[in-house]
Design a protein. Structure first.
Length: 94
């Protein structure tokens, strides 16, 4: 299955603050998402990134809406999530 990976990197990457509305991918979770989704949007973030702190609320809202529609069957083949590059540095450098 072909996966389109959309990578959003602001400054160096983006930050997790407040409600956690989009799933965090670890190495295994990202692999599963890449294999199962036709379109995969991933936000790579770091907890210290100011630009990312500004983007995160919009990212989480969009990810929550899309993932909910996928779960309900209204959309298919799409997945949104994020990777903490401090916790998962090997995923950031691939």
């Amino acid at each position: 299955m072909i996966a389109l990976v959309l990578v959003l990197c602001l400054s160096a990457v983006a930050c997790s603050v407040g409600a956690d509305l989009s799933p965090h991918f670890d190495k295994h979770g990202l692999k599963v998402a890449r294999e199962s989704a036709d379109v995969l949007a991933v936000m790579f973030y770091a907890p210290w990134c100011g630009h990312s702190k500004k983007l995160l609320p919009s990212w989480d809202e969009t990810a929550s809406d899309i993932n909910k529609k996928v779960a309900e069957g209204a959309l298919s083949g799409m997945a949104f999530g994020k990777v903490d590059c401090v916790e998962e540095p090997s995923l950031y450098w691939k």
